[in-house]
Write a protein that binds this ligand. Structure first.
Ligand code: DLL
Length: 437
């Protein structure tokens, strides 16, 4: 039997008109459902003067209110549940500002549909039953590990649930188990490639043939580095916890954007300032409506990711619309070493630990690894401390930031008044990485 091209061919190659019809039918039902079952949505819709019967199809989507991360925080922890909690079987969560995380809920059906989305991504990268898939995204609250893990099960591949870290073990398993597909963040993939090089193991000694990399922005140059370093074809995958996790969209062999799983997720691009819907091909903020989600049915969720949609005939035969690689964010979230970081989180730690609000975050890249530095001004009375006590302070602050973010920065305590003051908005972040092409 030849290799399959699609995981769910009827859906993935459905004529565009049919996709739109299907989306319209699902949208009408979903809006009716949330209006009746999620009081917060009823309130938002009533405030905007929209009734479920005003929504007859996707052409009416613009009438509905947006929701954003702040709505999720305001309704923490159960606010936007679309079913009884007893119907939910899992949560995942993102790191959030000042300790409050966003929690996403899943019913068994939500998990099934999500793993189908990941299976579609794996099959699009050429993975099938014979393959060995090493999942090196983090497992746990993060969606990366379990998303690709369940997708790999659906495809029937042998799944190696490595999680991230312990690079030596990653490399040993990859060689001993003849791993053919690696799933992790692009920066971790690049790091693994560097480690193989350092050990003098050339890519032709590896059985790897493809990788599915996402969860953070990466450029086409980075793609080339990874492809060369590991001797593979590297595919992009996009998603966010609020909408399910990885597999909201995925790259195919054409590698010119990611097909959005449009039967489940309805995408729009809006002007982030005005909220106005922009035509296809224009750059703006990506907004998703979940058409099938039961437990966490977000409608017009503002992702803050800036990108562009394009419906083109794709050489792979899929008809789903494509999103281009996101080129930035409309808020101040950064992704450092694969972790979502808001400057406010760091500020909260500094203030709690009695430092001044004068700080600067510097993110740069050495090769393919993110370097994360935080400069913090000492207060005049702290400046009298000895070098020993300053380095102890730095260590403590490092630990407190690690506890908040899960990643360790280089902390530099500097003399009072050494961080340049701005005459306008404070410059809190200097991002020296070039993350968009
Ligand atoms: O990062 C889900 C995921 C896991 C995607 C594994 C792909 C692979 P969050 O932690 O909620 O979820 O972060 C979501 O990460 O809004 C984007 O800003 C960014 N992001 C995710 N994938 C990509 C990508 C996961 N391929 C946030 N390119 C999103 C650029 C990405 N940015």
């Amino acid at each position: 039997m030849g290799k399959r091209k699609y995981y769910q061919p009827e859906t993935e190659t459905m004529p565009v008109e049919e996709i739109k019809k299907l989306q319209s039918e699902k949208l009408v039902k979903q809006v009716q459902h949330v209006y009746e079952h999620v009081p917060y949505y009823k309130k938002l819709m009533d405030e905007k003067g929209v009734k479920p019967e005003d929504i007859q199809g996707i052409e009416d989507l613009y009438k509905l209110p947006f929701v954003s991360k702040s709505d999720l925080r305001d309704t923490y922890p159960y606010g936007l549940l679309g079913v009884d909690l007893s119907e939910c079987v899992r949560i995942h969560s993102t790191s959030g500002t000042t300790g409050k995380r966003v929690i996403a809920y899943y019913t068994q059906n939500d998990l099934d549909l999500w793993s189908d989305c990941c299976a579609r991504a794996l099959v699009a990268a050429g993975v099938d039953k014979e393959d060995v898939v090493q999942v090196s995204y983090g497992y746990g609250l993060f969606t990366g590990g379990s998303g690709l893990h369940d997708g790999s099960h659906k495809v029937g591949s042998l799944t190696v649930p490595m999680s991230s870290g312990n690079t030596d073990r990653q490399m040993t398993f990859m060689q001993d188990l003849n791993v053919t597909c690696l799933c992790c963040t692009p920066s971790y993939a690049a790091y693994i490639a560097e480690c193989f090089k350092e050990k003098g193991i050339s890519p032709d000694r590896l059985t790897l043939k493809c990788g599915i990399f996402g969860a953070e922005p990466w450029t086409n140059e980075m793609r080339k580095t990874i492809e060369k370093g590991l001797g593979i074809k590297a595919y992009d995958i996009y998603g966010l916890t609020e909408i399910s996790g990885p597999g909201v969209s995925f790259e195919c062999s054409a590698q010119t954007g990611m097909h959005i799983n449009e039967d489940h997720f309805l995408a729009e691009i809006i002007d982030p300032e005005t909220g106005e819907v922009l035509p296809e091909g224009e750059k703006g903020e990506l907004v998703f409506t979940c058409l099938d989600k039961e437990a966490f049915p977000l409608i017009r969720y503002r992702t803050r990711d800036i990108c562009m949609l394009e419906r083109e005939q794709c050489s792979c035969g899929r008809t789903f619309i494509k999103m281009k690689k996101p080129t930035g964010r409309s808020d101040d979230m950064m992704i450092i070493k694969g972790v979502n970081v808001f400057p406010r989180q760091i500020e909260a730690v500094l203030l709690k630990e009695n430092y001044s609000e004068n700080y600067q975050i510097e993110v740069s890249r050495e090769g393919t690894t993110d370097i994360f530095d935080i400069y913090v001004e000492l207060l005049p009375d702290q400046f009298d401390d000895t070098v020993k006590s300053i380095s102890e302070r730095e260590k403590k602050l490092k630990g407190a930031i690690k506890a908040m973010l899960g990643i360790v920065p280089n902390v530099h305590l500097v003399a009072p008044k050494t961080i340049a003051r701005s005459e306008g908005k404070a410059v809190r972040v200097i991002d020296k990485r070039k993350l968009s092409d």
